[in-house]
Design a protein around this ligand. Structure first.
Ligand SMILES: NC(=O)c1ccc[n+]([C@@H]2O[C@H](COP(=O)([O-])OP(=O)(O)OC[C@H]3O[C@@H](n4cnc5c(N)ncnc54)[C@H](O)[C@@H]3O)[C@@H](O)[C@H]2O)c1
Length: 341
């Protein structure tokens, strides 16, 4: 298939593009490149791309495309809270516009990167399945719920949206992120010797490796229409339904000489949920996640060591909010996150 991969220069897109290509697909990217230079290790070979902002997409960008994988977004809770209206403009309105254009152009499948954050403060020890009530607690998560609703209204016999609700990602990507929990804790452990948990460690935080997300999207792309049409799927594995304190323990085991420090304060993030991932396994026989948290912590520690992660990089280059603040202060982007001319 010819696949339009939006967000191909992001943390997940950089891992997903080669996985799609290895599966025989022709990949075309679409990204405004907000984090294009946030590279740790060898520079990735990006697929061709028109370098257009999602808000400026036109029919020509979806012409001749068989399927869209839509990752581009302001893509975590702190980023989304930076400027809620901007989050709704990019994550919601521009996404639905892209889907409409894709549908008009005859694109048959539209895989949407949603998130388990839609369950918000579900709490409790019960596993949350896809039909659980959605309780988004941030503009980011709310934007994902709105897109799912609007894509559902576009679904028909020729156009199949699929809502891939990813758990929180972890693992090495050539375009690294230090602002997601496992990647962050491993970096802290290496740089300071402390696995610093800025809460009481009790919230549940289901995790999934970036490479497993890439495999899941690739599987959904090739699945029979009736298995995925207009359906939501939690993407991850019950094995990786862990509390923040458990994640910290795994990190301390992976980074020798480090010790866990739990501050005990009430965390700023009220999300807590354990997730049931069985629907996707049932829809795609043979699919399962390959990565555990422990293996991911070892992989990250190795990559950080090998590629010489510095404190400066950790706090600035690989933390999305810091990257955007710096770009804004330097006048490189305007207050709508468009590149200044
Ligand atoms: N990483 C996770 O833990 C996680 C978990 C669940 C869901 N997701 C979702 O997966 C998707 C990808 O996440 P990621 O971690 O790779 O995020 P990321 O921030 O690393 O990448 C997002 C990409 O979107 C691009 N982008 C942002 N605004 C744009 C615009 N207006 N026009 C064109 N491109 C634009 C950025 O330049 C960036 O390359 C997002 O939709 C995110 O919400 C991520």
């Amino acid at each position: 298939m010819r696949v339009l991969l939006t967000g191909h220069q992001g943390y997940l897109g950089t891992v997903m593009a080669p996985v799609l290509e290895a599966a025989g697909h022709e990949v075309v990217g679409l990204d405004s490149g907000l984090f294009a230079d946030c590279v740790l290790g060898p520079a990735p070979a990006d697929p061709p791309s028109p370098g257009v902002d999602l808000r400026d997409v036109t029919a020509e960008h979806v012409a001749g495309v068989d399927a869209v994988i839509h990752l581009a977004a302001l893509s975590n809770d702190p980023l989304g809270s930076l400027a809620p209206e901007l989050t709704y403009d990019i994550n919601h309105h521009a996404s639905v516009r892209l889907a409409r254009l894709a549908r008009e152009a005859g694109v048959r499948r539209f895989l949407y990167a949603s998130t388990c954050s839609v369950y918000g403060a579900a709490g409790g020890d019960e596993l949350v399945a896809e039909d659980a009530p959605l309780r988004p607690v941030t503009p980011y998560a709310e934007s994902k719920v709105r897109v799912e609703d609007d894509l559902h209204a576009l679904a028909d016999g020729d156009f199949s949206p699929v809502y891939m609700r990813n758990a929180t990602a972890f693992g090495y990507s050539p375009r690294l992120r230090a602002d997601i929990v496992l990647n962050n804790l491993v970096g802290h452990a290496l740089l300071s010797g402390e696995v610093l948990v800025m809460s009481d460690g009790t919230p549940w935080r289901p995790l999934v490796h970036a490479a497993d997300i890439a495999r899941a999207f690739t599987a959904a792309l090739g699945a029979p229409r009736e298995a995925v049409h207009d359906r939501a799927f939690n993407i991850g594995s019950e094995v990786n339904n862990v509390t923040v304190a458990e994640i910290a323990e795994q990190v301390a085991e992976a980074v020798s000489g480090s010790k866990v420090v739990i501050t005990g304060e009430t965390g700023a993030d009220p999300r807590s949920y354990r997730v049931d991932f069985s629907r996707f396994r049932d829809a795609i026989p043979g699919f399962d996640c390959e990565w555990t948290v422990k293996r991911g912590a070892l992989e990250l520690a190795d990559a950080y060591h090998k590629f010489g992660l510095t404190r400066e990089d950790f706090e600035r280059r690989f933390t999305r909010l810091a990257v955007l603040r710096a770009a804004s202060e330097a006048g490189a982007v305007d207050d709508t996150l468009r590149w200044s001319r």
